[in-house]
Write a new protein. Structure first.
Ligand code: ATP
Ligand code: MG
Length: 284
């Protein structure tokens, strides 16, 4: 039985439980249970605050965990990062009040910076020869400059809307983060095999999220042009005859971003009835 630590509630909880569901791992959690066995896969889920996940994995209480890279770097525990999931993407940045003029990293010299990530911040300041005072605070970091608790903040940014609301501007982007799978270092062969199966399923679910199955009707006379518009990655589309001899149906898998690039051109050469369907899993 493999034990996985995940966040008990919050942003990562949503992304992780959705991913597990897509990976076919059934977990029936009764309200606020802290340790729950899957009913169809040899894993049990331990629900924790995200701050505690790196240490729980390092000490072997859990075998693996799903947590933001930001927490992994901040905690500095002796664990392995074995897969990037590309979910809960954000970055850690320094921000200052909008009204102030920022002249570069040396502006931070002698200033006070409020953060919940003192270790990552200290590394950045040391690497850039900046002498600043770090003020550790565990929540509502973005209001500190307005209540006189520091000149700048170092915190998580995703869309930047929280900064705008609080009259702050991002001046240094220090690190990028996404949800990662971390593992303890001394795992048995048996457990490693379960981890590999799990990572394989996660990857299939993640690959599927980025891709779409597309179908369209194309006039046979313009089939060559339709195929030339489809990107290289859509290897050998399926071509199906239709009752009307002058038309055929073209099916292929596309990254969603390519779909938006191609759609106008496909219509121009006569493609019609373009259907886009989500894909549940892809095994490459
Ligand atoms: P906990 O109660 O478990 O300690 P928390 O309040 O520390 O929760 P959340 O806000 O749920 O944490 O965020 C968890 C992780 O999700 C963060 O460490 C970060 O990796 C990521 N994250 C946070 N905010 C965002 C955001 N706005 N956009 C994308 N990812 C984010
Ligand atoms: Mg936390």
């Amino acid at each position: 039985m493999l034990r996985i630590a995940i966040q008990s509630k919050g942003r990562l909880y949503d992304d992780t439980t959705t991913l597990m569901k897509e990976a076919g791992i059934k977990v029936n959690r009764s309200e606020r249970a802290l340790l729950v066995r899957s009913t169809n896969f040899p894993v049990e889920i331990l629900y924790l605050r995200d701050d505690d996940i790196p240490q729980t994995v390092a000490s072997g209480i859990a075998d693996i965990g799903v947590v933001g890279l930001n927490e992994v770097m901040e905690r500095g525990e002796d664990i392995e990062t074995i897969q990037h999931l590309g979910l809960s993407k954000c970055h850690l940045s320094i921000a200052i009040p909008k009204s102030l003029e920022y002249t570069g990293p040396q502006w931070l010299n002698g200033k006070q910076i409020a953060t919940s990530y003192p270790n990552i911040l200290k590394k950045y300041l040391d690497a850039n020869n900046i002498k600043a005072q770090i003020h550790i605070i565990t929540g509502s970091v973005e209001i500190t400059p307005h209540i006189g608790l520091g000149d700048a903040i170092f915190d998580i940014v995703s869309s930047g809307s929280t900064l705008v609301t609080n009259n702050l501007k991002e001046v240094e982007r220090v690190m990028d983060s996404d949800a990662v799978v971390v593992a303890r270092k001394d795992m048995t062969e048996n457990k490693r095999a379960i981890v590999n199966e799990l990572l394989f399923r996660f990857q299939a679910a993640i690959d599927a999220q980025k891709k779409k199955y597309i179908m369209m009707n194309a006039p046979k006379a313009h089939l060559k042009e339709v195929l030339s518009i489809l990107p290289e990655s859509a290897k050998s589309p399926t071509i199906i005859p239709l009752a009307d001899e002058n038309w055929c149906s073209v099916h292929t898998v596309l990254e969603e971003k390519h779909f938006w690039e191609c759609i106008g051109e496909l219509k121009k050469v006569g493609a019609q009835g373009i259907l886009v369907v989500p894909i549940e899993k892809i095994v490459l």
